[in-house]
Design a protein around this ligand. Structure first.
Ligand code: SAH
Ligand code: SF4
Length: 415
């Protein structure tokens, strides 16, 4: 599917390695996962189909691929039997490799996944009574180094391709057994009525896994377009939320070209504190960020912007901080809600979580200021699946390995 190439992303700030969208497999076949209809059509035409055939087959394959979750061309029953081997010789439909799947005592599930070129990343599924939310990664690691976030400590960073992003949603549907079933042999009326789109466990998507989605804008946009396509995964944009740490120059395009709900990792209300805990603040300050939120296309009282605020003891959790938060959100007249996230600890983290009483009190002040400020219940902490805990096992192992090596070296020196 992908192969790491170092290149800078035009017009963007910190360049990170990106993968080519198509890298043929060793046997020469091309993976269609993550490609849009038009790209599939072009590939079919390049492989020898005439224009009309290429368009029709691309439409059919797109449907089977994304709407029905089929990975085998032989199962595409409305495509002529003779045509299916022709497709299978030239193309494949892949999935990210699953390295490990974990289940939390609270029902949260986490998968450690691997790209074709060996980079590991994670996705998390959080079931609730009335919804099921998939937390999707946009990068392997993250360049932004927020001080309270474990992902930000990963050394290796690479953008995920549209296939690797959309592949997470497909894998989740595979694991939850959620693809629509039923006959659809000739797309005729009779078989269409036998086709059932099952009740959904996966109802919502949040781009809140590893990485900064607006540093991988094109791939995230292309993947989410497939997720939102009525003939693709068919999830409404109202059920998708993209979280950014505040990449101001990309926010308008996010609203215009993707149109999903926006969440902003604010976390602090003064320059000093935000500079320390969310370093991108040195580039795009709080005022600029809140102005970009006020200008966000599609935001309204019915579709409010979520401001995420991680509760760090004695750092950003005072009464004054809460009052300043209300003042700022009001000053910019933002259709806002605040999500208070108790800090999720990880080994070596430089902060502690605020006390439950402090969090409650902070929440009350914001509520009294007229802004909803629920406290988010941490999920999946026992399997390191909670916000900011994502960091791949491979990295953890290599760190442990390094520590062991360092200890051995020290011993040798001592001896
Ligand atoms: N990079 C994006 C999206 C991924 S992080 C962003 O920063 O918005 C998803 C959310 O988890 C962000 O609000 C992030 O700040 C928060 N988070 C990171 N580390 C955390 C931790 N240790 N405890 C609680 N929340 C954390
Ligand atoms: Fe990156 Fe978000 Fe973690 Fe900051 S909080 S380091 S932007 S993943």
């Amino acid at each position: 599917m992908a192969d790491t190439n170092l290149m800078s992303i035009p017009g963007q700030v910190d360049p990170v390695p990106v993968a080519r969208d198509i890298t043929p497999r060793a046997d020469g076949r091309i993976d269609l996962l993550g490609l849009p209809r038009e790209r599939i059509r072009d590939l079919f035409a390049e492989a020898g189909l005439d224009e009309k055939q290429a368009k029709l087959r691309a439409k059919q394959v797109f449907h089977w691929l994304y709407h029905r979750g089929v990975t085998d061309f032989d199962a595409m029953t409305d495509i002529a039997k003779t045509m299916r081997p022709w497709l299978a010789e030239r193309f494949v439909i892949g999935r990210p490799d699953v390295v490990e799947a974990q289940h939390s005592t609270d029902g949260t599930r986490k998968w450690l996944l691997k790209t074709d070129d060996g980079h590991e990343f994670e996705m998390v599924f959080i079931p609730d009574a009335d919804r099921g939310t998939l937390c999707v990664s946009s990068q392997v690691g993250c360049t932004l180094n927020c001080r309270f976030c474990h992902t930000g400590t990963m050394r290796l960073v690479r953008n995920l391709t549209p296939g690797e992003i959309v592949g997470q949603v497909m894998l989740a549907r595979d694991a939850l057994g959620e693809w629509p079933k039923g006959a659809m042999d000739d797309l005729g009326e009779e078989s269409e009525s036998a086709y059932t789109s099952d009740g959904r466990l996966l109802t919502n998507i949040v781009m809140m896994g590893m990485g900064e989605p607006l540093y991988n804008f094109d791939n995230v946009r292309d993947a989410l377009r497939i997720v939102m396509d009525g003939d693709g995964l068919a999830l409404s944009k109202r059920r998708i939320t993209l979280s950014t740490s505040g990449v101001v120059p990309m926010m308008a395009r996010c609203g215009e070209e993707i149109g999903v709900n926006l969440a902003v990792s604010l976390h602090a209300v003064t320059k000093d504190v935000r500079d320390e805990i969310v370093p991108i603040n040195k580039k795009y300050g709080i005022e600029e960020l809140l102005q970009a939120c006020a200008d966000y296309p599609g935001a309204s009282n019915a579709r409010r912007i979520t401001f995420e605020y991680v509760m760090l003891k004695d750092k950003n959790d005072s009464d004054e901080d809460a009052r300043e938060l209300v003042r700022l959100l009001r000053q910019y007249d933002l259709p806002a809600k605040v999500n208070l996230i108790p800090f999720n600890p990880w080994g070596g983290a430089p902060y502690e979580c605020s006390t439950p009483e402090r969090i409650k009190w902070f929440s009350n002040i914001v509520f009294e200021g007229g802004i909803s400020a629920p406290v988010r219940t941490p999920r999946g902490r026992d399997i390191d699946a909670a916000c900011g805990q994502l960091k791949t096992t491979a990295e953890k192992k290599s760190r442990a390995q390094r520590d062991r090596e360092a200890a051995e070296k020290a011993q040798t020196v001592e001896a």
